[in-house]
Design a protein around this ligand. Sequence first.
Ligand SMILES: Nc1ncnc2c1ncn2[C@@H]1O[C@H](COP(=O)(O)OP(=O)(O)OP(=O)(O)O)[C@@H](O)[C@H]1O
Ligand SMILES: [Mg+2]
Length: 387
Amino acid sequence: METMDNKILIVDDEEDVRDMLHLALSSMGYDVLDAEDGTKALQIFRDARPRIVLTDIKMPRMDGIELLKELKREDPDTEVIMITGHGDMDLAIKSIKHEATDFVPKPINLEVLKIALRRAQDKALTRQQIREYTENLEELVREKTELQNHLSSLGLMISSISHSIKGLLTGLDGGMYKLDAGVTRNDRERIEEGLEVVKITVERIRKMILNIIYYAKERDLQWNQVDLLSFADEVSKVMESKMQSHNIEFVKDFDPNLGKCELDDEHLHSALVNILENAVDACTKDQSKKGHRIVFNAKQDKNDVIFEIHDNGIGMDSTTLDKLFTPFFSSKGDKGTGLGLFISNKVVEQHGGQINVKSAPAQGSQFSLRIPKIPPESPKDKTTDEE
Ligand SMILES: Nc1ncnc2c1ncn2[C@@H]1O[C@H](COP(=O)(O)OP(=O)(O)OP(=O)(O)O)[C@@H](O)[C@H]1O
Ligand SMILES: [Mg+2]
């Protein structure tokens, strides 16, 4: 709890009253300021910002009510105690309307004044506490909103997953039906077809589950010292058979001097595979061209590594480009969860890098991942800092 200062401002046109109050309040431990009229009082108030002002209600030029209004306008938290004379009833009522804290009748009885001051102080303290509670409350509301957002995106995820699972089950059903028929009739071709469908579907389920696991819990990266050339080779190896089976020319172009770099190879691997898979999907969907080609290159630019994936598939219009990294955005129906790029982007951001996309409908797309060779906050540095 913040300590409160002890400043008090006395405003009275009568010097005797001011002197008497000055003495009395000083002996009570207050840091006393005084003014003989409203204008002076306002000046002092603006400089010293006392929390409590004790003012005579009847004064020449600016009276106590005017001063009260002015003080409350400048700082509504100021506690203003009015000193009322005999027959000032109307003024006293008026000052209640303008939120005076209390009244002390003239001639001033010190015991009565003490009670009024205590009340004013309590009020100021309560105000301060309320302000602190309100701030805490605002913080709580913020946390709650975050939680709500998380829950609603969780709801969205569950409905999207259920939908995908339904599609995957249909796929599995189809595969098993073929397998079943093949086994019954001892038809090897049918068995192989069925098995292929089951394999593809299981692979999709695996991918989806991995995405969900990643989405459900934000992972910390596992930093490893990685040889970039072999890393790029491993990523392309995963894609090679897929490219072949879809008749896509796969061009790799890696700078042989890439060297080593600290990164989370497992997560970055998945990110690149997802982008390459998207490129394959974009090519297979495109019927406008005869041949399709995906170029995967890795190069260096100053202290960054750049992975580029270029396809001549269907490309994207501006609406798709805008939504690209939003979770659950997919144009693939049951075949996509729409988490792929959202997660890839997160992984790249966690590496302190960024993904740039260029694309044009019917032309193709280019994804460019820029990753700093020196991670944003090397985990090793961090531990030494903490030690
Ligand atoms: N190379 C590309 N060419 C054309 N469209 C693309 C390309 N890459 C992504 N997209 C569009 O962006 C959408 C989102 O991609 P994202 O990888 O996030 O999800 P997805 O591939 O649909 O599903 P999954 O979660 O299985 O990866 C795709 O559905 C597609 O419409
Ligand atoms: Mg994808």
